[in-house]
Design a protein around this ligand. Structure first.
Ligand code: MIC
Ligand code: SF4
Length: 643
C-alpha cells in the first residue's frame, strides 16, 4: 500500500510488533532523539533520576539552556548548573546558555531526516522541517524516552497540505503558516500530522520550512513534516553533515486523510491578532495603525535568512522614535554569522536592542510592552498576558513586516518595499560547537556529582484513585484555555519552575486571582474540579500546568475537548481527563457547586462512562483512556505506576 511520509516513519518506529494500529488507536513508538530545555528540564531530569537509569538509551539526547536565562536571583543559574551536571553524568549533550534556542540549534546541529524526536517543549515539531517526526511532550514522557521507553501517542490522521506556486517578494514562510491557521484554527490539528508536499515546497529553504513546522504546534497538531529532498541535502551539507542526509518522501499515490491546498502565489502578508494565533487579518487591513514595540527572533523566525532580510530592510535607517525594537538571533551560529557578514552592524546602527540568542521576550523574559501597547512579534504565540503586560495587544507577523513597521511606527505592508534582492543561503554555515559540552565517559560518570540548588524542591505526587470523589467545581472557564492561562510564565514566575509549592501560587491568576486560595480551601474538603470548554490546555508542553493543579488538590478536569500534550500531562500526573458526553451539560454547571463522582474508580477500571452528580442532577461523562493511561489514572500517575 502506498504510504505517506508520516506513516512510513511511524511504522518504522513501532515499538511493539503487534502490527500497525488503525488511525485513532494508541501506538507506542521508539524514540531516536530527545531534547529538553531548562524551563521544563529540571522537572524532567528530577523524574529521570528517580528512574535509576545510569545512561540515556537514545541515539542522541540534548539538554538546552535557552528559556530561563534572565538571572535576577540564584534560581535560574542554579537550575542551569543542575541540568549541566545531570547531563554530564547520564550521557546527555549539554547546550550551554548562549548557544541558542533549542529548536533552532537542534535543526542546525543534531536533527536527522527519518528519525523520531521528542522534546519537553511544544515547538519540538520544528525539526519536521528536515523530515523528522518530531513531537512535543511532557517532561515525564521525555524522561521515559531517555530511559529507553517508548512514546505513546494516538496513531494520527495525516493531513496533506499541498503547496503550489511561489511566494511573491516580501511574502514569507510565516504568512504560509498563518494562512494554514486561518483555514484550520488552533484546534484544527489535534490528533493529526500535517504533511507538506507539492511543487511549492521546492521554493522553500529548510529554515523556511522550519518556520512552518514550528507553528504547526499552534494548530494543536502532533507533528508537521516536509519531505527530505535536495534542499535538505544542501542545508545539511552547509552544516557540515551531509552524511546525515537521506532522501524521504511519500509513496506515489499515497492517500491523505484530508487535503488542504494553498497557492503560495496568492498569499499576502498576514498578522495573527490578539489574543490567538488563528485570529488572522491581512496587514493591508491594519495598515497605518500605530505600534509601540517590535520583537524579532524566537524559534519561529530566528534563522540567518530571516535576520539577513531584517538587516537589509533596516540598513542605513533608524527605528521610529515611538518604537522599541529588540532582536534575539535564534542561535549562536546565526549571531556569529550576522557579525561576520556585517549585518549585525546594520541592526545595531538602526537602533535595535540586541538580545542574547534565547527565547527572551517570547516567554516574557524581559521586554514587556508598555501598558496597552501594540507589539509586533515574529513569534508563535500571542496569548493573553504572555508578554508580561496583561493589556498589551500582541500581533504575530513575519520578520519582513516587523522590520518595515519598526521603521515606520505603524503597521506597514512589506510588499510596499518593491522588488526583493536575490537571497541565496550560505553555501557553508560557520560551525563551532564549542558551547556544547559532551557527556562524561561511562567510567568518569561515576565521579560526576549532581549539583542541586536550594530552589529545587521535590515534585508533588498524587494518590491512587479512590472509589468516590466529592469535590468543589472551583473554576469554570470557556474555550481555548491555554497553558499560559493555567500556569503563566514570564520573568517573575519562571524562576519558580523547580519549586511547585511556590509556583502553584500563580496558577490561573491571569483568569482569576483568587484561584489558588479557593483551590486550597477546596482541597482541605476533598479536592476540586475544573470545568472548561473546547481545546482545554492548548499551547505549551509545560507539565507545571498539571503539577500545580495536583498540588492544589485538583482531581479532575471536565471539558468539551482537550489539547493533546496537556491531556497527557494530566494523565501522567493522575488528574482525570473527563469530557462532556452532552455538551449541553456544560451550561448547567455553575462555579462553586459540589460535584460527586460516586463510582469513579470502578467505572474507569471497567472502561465505562463516569457518573457525575450535582444537586438533583445526574449525568455521565466520557473518559476514553488507553489501557496504559487507565492504569496511570488508577495508580495516581506514571511515577506511582512505576513504583
Ligand atoms: C512556550 O513557548 O510556551 C514554551 C515556554 O516554550 C513552552 C515550554 C515551557 O513552558 O517551558 C512550550 O512551548 O512547551
Ligand atoms: Fe522559546 Fe518562544 Fe520557542 Fe517557546 S516558542 S521555545 S519560548 S522561542
Amino acid at each position: 500500500m502506498a504510504l505517506t511520509l508520516t506513516e512510513k516513519i511511524i511504522n518504522a518506529h513501532i515499538a511493539k510488533s503487534a502490527g500497525v494500529p488503525q488511525k485513532g488507536e494508541p501506538v507506542a513508538i521508539t524514540i531516536d532523539q530527545t531534547l529538553t530545555q531548562d524551563a521544563t528540564g529540571t522537572m524532567a531530569y528530577l523524574q529521570f533520576e528517580t528512574m535509576g537509569v545510569k545512561r540515556v538509551k537514545t541515539e542522541r539526547s540534548v539538554a538546552y539552556i535557552d528559556h530561563n536565562t534572565l538571572q535576577s536571583g540564584f534560581e535560574n543559574a542554579d537550575d542551569h548548573r543542575y541540568i549541566g551536571s545531570v547531563a554530564k553524568k547520564h550521557g546527555i549533550y549539554f547546550s550551554r546558555p548562549g548557544n541558542g534556542i533549542c529548536h533552532q540549534v537542534h535543526l542546525e546541529r543534531f536533527g536527522k531526516p527519518g528519525k523520531t524526536l521528542i522534546g519537553s517543549d511544544s515547538h519540538t515539531p520544528t525539526c519536521g522541517g528536515i523530515g523528522m517526526i518530531a513531537i512535543g511532550a511532557g517532561g515525564l514522557d521525555v524522561a521515559v524516552a531517555m530511559g529507553g521507553g517508548a512514546y505513546h501517542i494516538t496513531y494520527p490522521q495525516v493531513v496533506g497540505i499541498e503547496l503550489t506556486g511561489k511566494l511573491r517578494d516580501w511574502v514569507s514562510a510565516k504568512d504560509v503558516i498563518l494562512k494554514v491557521l486561518q483555514e484550520l484554527s488552533v484546534k484544527g490539528g489535534v490528533g493529526k500530522v500535517m504533511e507538506y508536499y507539492g511543487e511549492g515546497i521546492d521554493t522553500l529553504s529548510v529554515p523556511e520550512r522550519a518556520t512552518i513546522t514550528n507553528m504547526g504546534a499552534e494548530l494543536g497538531a502532533t507533528a508537521s513534516i516536509f519531505p527530505s529532498d535536495e534542499l535538505t541535502r544542501q542545508f545539511l551539507r552547509a552544516q557540515g553533515r551531509e552524511e546525515d542526509y537521506t532522501e524521504l518522501k511519500a509513496d506515489e499515490g499515497a492517500v491523505y486523510d484530508s487535503v488542504l491546498r494553498i497557492n503560495l502565489s496568492e498569499l499576502v502578508p498576514l498578522a495573527a491578532c490578539p489574543h490567538s494565533p488563528d485570529n488572522i487579518k491581512a496587514i493591508s487591513e491594519l495598515k497605518g495603525e500605530k505600534i509601540h514595540q517590535v520583537c524579532i527572533g524566537s524559534c519561529t523566525n530566528g534563522s540567518l535568512q530571516d535576520l539577513l532580510k531584517v538587516a537589509h530592510i533596516l540598513r542605513g535607517k533608524t527605528v521610529h522614535e515611538n518604537v522599541d525594537l529588540s532582536i534575539a538571533p535564534g542561535s549562536k551560529q546565526v549571531f556569529n554569522m550576522l557579525a561576520e557578514s556585517g549585518a549585525l552592524a546594520d541592526l545595531i546602527n538602526a537602533g535595535a536592542r540586541m538580545l542574547e540568542c534565547t527565547c527572551g521576550p517570547c516567554i516574557g523574559m524581559g521586554q514587556s510592552p508598555i501598558s496597552a501597547g501594540v507589539s509586533l512579534r515574529t513569534f508563535n504565540r500571542n496569548f493573553l498576558g504572555r508578554s508580561g503586560t496583561k493589556d498589551a495587544q500582541v500581533y504575530l507577523v513575519s520578520p519582513e513586516t516587523a522590520a518595515i513597521s519598526a521603521l515606520n511606527g505603524t503597521f506597514t505592508d512589506p510588499m510596499s518595499l518593491g522588488v526583493m534582492p536575490a537571497y541565496s543561503m550560505n553555501k557553508a554555515f560557520t560551525i563551532n560547537d564549542n558551547m556544547v559540552t559532551l557527556p562524561a565517559s561511562e567510567s568518569d560518570a561515576e565521579n560526576v556529582e549532581i549539583v542541586r540548588g536550594p530552589n529545587i524542591k521535590p515534585f508533588p505526587s498524587n494518590d491512587a484513585l479512590a472509589e468516590t470523589i466529592t469535590a468543589e467545581l472551583v473554576l469554570k472557564v470557556g474555550d481555548n484555555i491555554t497553558t499560559d492561562h493555567i500556569m503563566p510564565a514570564g520573568a517573575k514566575i519562571l524562576p519558580l519552575r523547580s519549586n511547585i509549592p511556590a509556583i502553584s501560587e500563580h496558577c490561573f491568576v491571569v483568569v482569576d486571582e483568587s484561584f489558588p486560595e479557593r483551590a486550597k480551601a477546596a482541597k482541605a474538603k476533598g479536592g476540586g474540579v475544573i470545568v472548561a470548554g473546547a481545546n482545554y490546555g492548548q499551547g505549551s508542553s509545560r507539565e507545571h500546568a498539571a503539577l500545580a493543579p495536583v498540588y492544589l488538590g485538583i482531581r479532575a478536569v471536565l471539558c468539551k475537548s482537550f489539547a493533546r500534550i496537556h491531556r497527557q500531562n494530566l494523565i501522567n500526573n493522575g488528574i482525570i481527563p473527563l469530557e462532556f458526553a452532552d455538551e449541553g451539560d456544560y451550561d448547567k454547571l455553575e462555579q462553586g457547586v459540589m460535584l460527586s463522582l460516586p463510582s469513579v474508580k470502578s467505572e474507569i477500571a471497567a472502561g465505562k462512562d463516569v457518573t457525575v452528580k450535582s444537586g438533583s442532577m445526574t449525568f455521565t461523562v466520557k473518559c476514553d483512556l488507553s489501557e496504559r493511561d487507565r492504569d496511570m489514572i488508577l495508580a495516581g500517575g506514571l511515577l506511582n505506576m512505576f513504583k
